[in-house]
Write a protein that binds this ligand. Sequence first.
Ligand code: ADP
Ligand code: ADP
Ligand code: MG
Length: 613
Amino acid sequence: MIQSLLIANRGEIACRVIRTARRLGIRTIAVYSDADADALHVREADEAVHIGPSPARESYLVGEKIIAAARATGAEAIHPGYGFLSENAEFAQAVIDAGLVWVGPDPASITAMGLKDAAKKLMAQAGVPVTPGYMGEEQAAIFLADEAAKIGYPVLIKAVAGGGGKGMRLVESEDEFADALASCKREAASSFGNDHVLIEKYILSPRHIEVQVFGDSHGNIVHLFERDCSLQRRHQKVIEEAPAPGMDAATRTALCTAAVRAAKAVDYVGAGTIEFIADGSEGLRADRIWFMEMNTRLQVEHPVTEAITGVDLVEWQLRVASGEPLPLAQHDLGIDGWAMEARLYAEDPAKGFLPSIGKLELLQFGDAPGGRIDTGVYEGAEVSPFYDPMIAKVIAWGDDREVARERLGEMLADSAVWPVRTNASFLVKALDHPDFVTGTVDTGLIGRDGEALAQTPAPSREALEAAAAALVPLYDPPGFRLNAAPARAAWFLLDGERVEIAVDGGSEAPVPSVLVTEQGQAWLLAHWRKEGTAGGAAGSGSILAPMPGKVIAVEVAQGDVVTKGQKLLTLEAMKMEHTLTAPFDGVVAELNTQAGAQVQVEALLARIEEHDA
Ligand code: ADP
Ligand code: ADP
Ligand code: MG
């Protein structure tokens, strides 16, 4: 067994690999960019090597720097994780040429499966059913349009070098073809440095079903059953599960046998995934499932397979890379229960899924029996703009699908992240979608119903009142009484919006704030202070920063006369602009900030006094 391992990756997958290596007694070496100096994977590894500036192009994607780091630290092997250099055959070869162990398949297998057209041709020769379409060399627009017509619309144009759901265009009819082809080729050239495309029949009612395969250097290849990744947004997986709902034993055998045949065709060694597209219009049928592509690495969603098989796939990778045979034979492998994974992202569904970067002031994950969280961040860490903004993979297991689904929903609903926004409530709603409940999701579900799922819920009145009660007694016990007639209403700022909540307490104490968390969402509730009320010097109003952020505009000067509702300041926080207005007619008695200033939550930015005060 190898004794030391450099992980050429970051985030949750680097942490995931480190965890298993540790357990096996292997010394771990992390690499990191400027932005990742304090990252979790750096903290968890035995050693860490700085490899350059934040952009991945200048650090995580520079093979020479990674190999140099391995040499400098005496690492014996390199694990590439997923993404970055994991499917780069030249890098794999360079690692081997440097006398290091490459934890992955032979570079020749990566090359064979690297381009979608070549992979499909190879698979067709091996007798694996492939998605019907054109996958040749000829790339002239008129010729390709002709091929598309022969295949029959709708068709999908795919960059042969594409990946990550990019470089694809769905074309519904002939008159859209030329424009779609041109834009697909442009994107392919700029993203993948290769503008070759293939044309595929667009499968209707598409379901994404993939099979985990594993080979060793002794000629053994097994499969570890299938995963269903049909819940997608823009061709990117959102929720994955294993096994696939509605998969009968005969279909499973046919599919998994085809996957093993595919892996054998390239003498596959290590962990790999064969992706298929299925026409799910009449359930899953063996004659309606076609090879789409092979991913020659560990997959993001590998934990669901681990959860139902009990296999640690990273351990298998390390054993196989060390020359050991596969720990289990095909007949030793079985399916136990059901597992589901959701990708928790730092993004704002209500804002077109824009990444939401910044410091994770609050980071809590829900828990459930058999639950698992794979994360690469910690509370206080930063979500940086340089990399994929995934916060964690949340994985639930249950005896059956319904238990796994409910547990995953609970884990997500109980998670709380702030002030960074997440897709948690979107995921909770997706899990409750009728099609998801019945296991009949096709890849278009989010495209059709996504808008309703993406709407950010407001906190419930109950949650707000409970939070308000947590604030009020601090300064005037006995405080809030739910069923008693409220003495008055208090104002609070809810993420910058003023809300009025019935409270029964005083108004003299320091002003704290609390986070309201519900349905995977977190809102800051801050007491809107009105200074001096209790002391009798009524008529002053504090303008507090509702959240940490940057003042981007100041519309008034000290001494200005303002009217109720007049714009005073604009604060930018969490990529959103919040306007702070005058609570009543008055004068700007204090102004403690200026444009460009970074402010903490509850900082007293300005104070308005009534005219006659
Ligand atoms: P990538 O390399 O980006 O992962 P894939 O070929 O795996 O590209 O396709 C990504 C996704 O696009 C699939 O998971 C599926 O949702 C959709 N897709 C791909 N090919 C087809 C097809 N022929 N018909 C319908 N949907 C498809
Ligand atoms: P009182 O019975 O002492 O007049 P009020 O509830 O009317 O108490 O509160 C005094 C003043 O403070 C009122 O103008 C009220 O609107 C205002 N006020 C109440 N709660 C808040 C709050 N959270 N932030 C700022 N002003 C508040
Ligand atoms: Mg794919």
